[in-house]
Ligand binder design. Structure first.
Ligand SMILES: Cc1cc2nc3c(=O)[nH]c(=O)nc-3n(C[C@H](O)[C@H](O)[C@H](O)COP(=O)(O)O)c2cc1C
Length: 255
């Protein structure tokens, strides 16, 4: 005759099962953490290289990325800080009131509420001159904050590329900011006009390539005007006084 199970036996089995599962899940989290960190780091390198137009299929990411130097910039003064970039988490700093600046509605063109006081920039030098500089940028689209990089050539006026690596805009609409054909419009565009004013613009709809000012213009995505307006706003914000303006001014002075 089969032995009758008691309530306490059932509870003991459930308890032991819980402990075993908890140990398996926490061990997996601990064991996989270094791999996750390594993957995050690899992804960051790929995104920087992609924005700079240097990412090719099968490329040696570490070797290509080693040509860049990461530096920490104080955004208010535009000066470099003697801080190890690997000790900084800019996204976390942007949420920390002690390490970020609250933006008034008027100044918050990118709709980010707070801006971290420092940023990590990536610089590629050739013959001791800046060849390419990659700047992290972010701002609100329609549904989400878009995180990406804007790469500039050494003249600090010609765009080398732009790319976003994190957002939740609608695929096929705002999500078309990831479309290589849309992104291909950016390299070669000039940020500033002859008078030195910021003239880069993501427009609503198509631009006439015959017109002289098309050198500053990027076609907006049809059916996704709100996301493209967000891109225009965030690019303007990060190139302004509140973003990398003081830093770019220092570089232009040869600082
Ligand atoms: C389900 C849904 C998702 C949408 N997603 C986006 C989006 O990601 N980005 C965007 O700009 N517009 C999106 N739109 C469209 C906007 O509501 C708006 O109509 C559009 O940005 C206007 O662009 P247009 O003037 O080029 O038509 C979405 C609309 C719907 C119904």
């Amino acid at each position: 005759m089969a032995k009758k199970e008691t309530v306490s036996q059932t509870l003991i089995v459930a308890f032991v099962l819980c402990i075993v599962c908890a140990v398996i899940v926490s061990s997996a989290a601990v064991i996989l953490k270094p791999k996750q960190e390594a993957n995050k780091e690899l992804e960051r390198k790929i995104n920087v290289l992609a924005a700079a137009g240097m990412m090719e299929k099968g490329a040696d990411v570490d070797q290509l990325f080693s040509r860049f130097t990461a530096k920490v910039v104080d955004l208010d003064s535009g000066a470099y800080l003697d801080v190890d970039p690997s000790t900084i988490d800019s996204r976390k700093e942007a949420k920390n009131p002690a390490l970020s600046t609250a933006l008034s509605k008027k100044d918050d063109l990118a709709k980010i509420n707070r801006r971290a006081n420092r940023a990590i920039v990536y610089i590629l030098e050739k013959d001791q001159e800046i060849d390419t500089i990659v700047l992290p940028i972010h701002g609100y689209g329609l549904w989400s904050t878009l995180y990406g990089f804007l790469a500039l050539e050494g003249d600090l006026n010609t765009v080398a590329g732009l790319g976003f690596y994190s957002h939740t805009e609608t695929p096929g609409l705002g999500g078309e900011i990831d479309n290589p054909r849309w992104k291909a419009q950016w390299p070669g565009k000039k940020l500033y006009n002859q008078s030195g004013d910021l003239a880069i613009q993501v427009t609503k709809g198509k631009n006439n390539p015959e017109l002289a000012d098309s050198i500053h213009k990027i076609d907006g995505l049809s059916g996704a005007t709100l996301t493209t307006r967000g891109v225009d706003n965030l690019v303007h914000y990060w190139l302004s006084e509140g973003g990398y303006g003081p830093f770019l001014a220092q570089l232009n002075k040869g600082g």
